[in-house]
Design a protein around this ligand. Structure first.
Ligand SMILES: [Zn+2]
Length: 179
């Protein structure tokens, strides 16, 4: 059996803009270990979904910024570089455009990077405040328990282990009730 998981990005009017395969899982004869997802697969799938979604969001935002919001003239591209953005599911590298300002804009600097200006902290809010994302999902995050029975802390999740001033660790989240 093969299980493919795709992310389909649609515009507001329902047109498909991007389809990305984020996982292809193979299963043969059922064993307890192969029932459903294992932790490594789940983490990889979440990271791939995040990469695909963030990539599309960043590209759409930068495409909008190529036009001056005041007069509609195009803002020429000066260059592009890469920024690193930390999310709950790992570090993502995002292409970031540097654009020339429109002559009608009353600012001193001639160029700017829309994405770098938007993501000044380079850390997703959902990574800094997991409880907020958990609330938006309508349920607490499941806690992951290691062999000793104690919940894994944030260091177990790549991208979470060096967040500055993060006061909302995984340890503060409510444990799920046993089924
Ligand atoms: Zn303008």
């Amino acid at each position: 059996m093969k299980v493919k998981i795709q992310v389909v990005i649609e515009s507001d009017d329902g047109r498909v803009q991007d389809v990305a395969e984020v996982a292809c899982l193979k299963r043969s004869t059922l064993t307890p270990e192969e029932l459903g997802l294992n932790l490594a697969e789940a983490k990889q799938i979440l990271q791939n979904v995040q990469q695909s979604m963030v990539g599309c969001q960043a590209a759409a935002y930068q495409a909008e910024q190529k036009q001056c919001p005041q007069c509609g003239r195009g803002r020429p591209q000066k260059g592009r570089h890469e920024i690193v953005f930390r999310t709950l599911f790992g570090r993502l590298k995002l292409p970031s455009l540097r654009l020339y300002r429109c002559p009608c804009e009353a600012v001193t600097e001639k160029t700017f990077s829309p994405l770098a200006e938007l993501l000044t902290e380079r850390t997703a809010l959902s990574a800094r405040f997991p409880s907020r994302l958990s609330k938006s999902l309508g349920r607490p995050f499941p806690m992951v328990h290691c062999a000793s029975g104690s919940p894994m802390n944030s260091a177990a999740f790549s991208g979470m282990n060096s967040l500055p001033n993060c006061s909302h660790g995984w340890g503060s989240l409510r444990k799920p009730q046993p089924a």
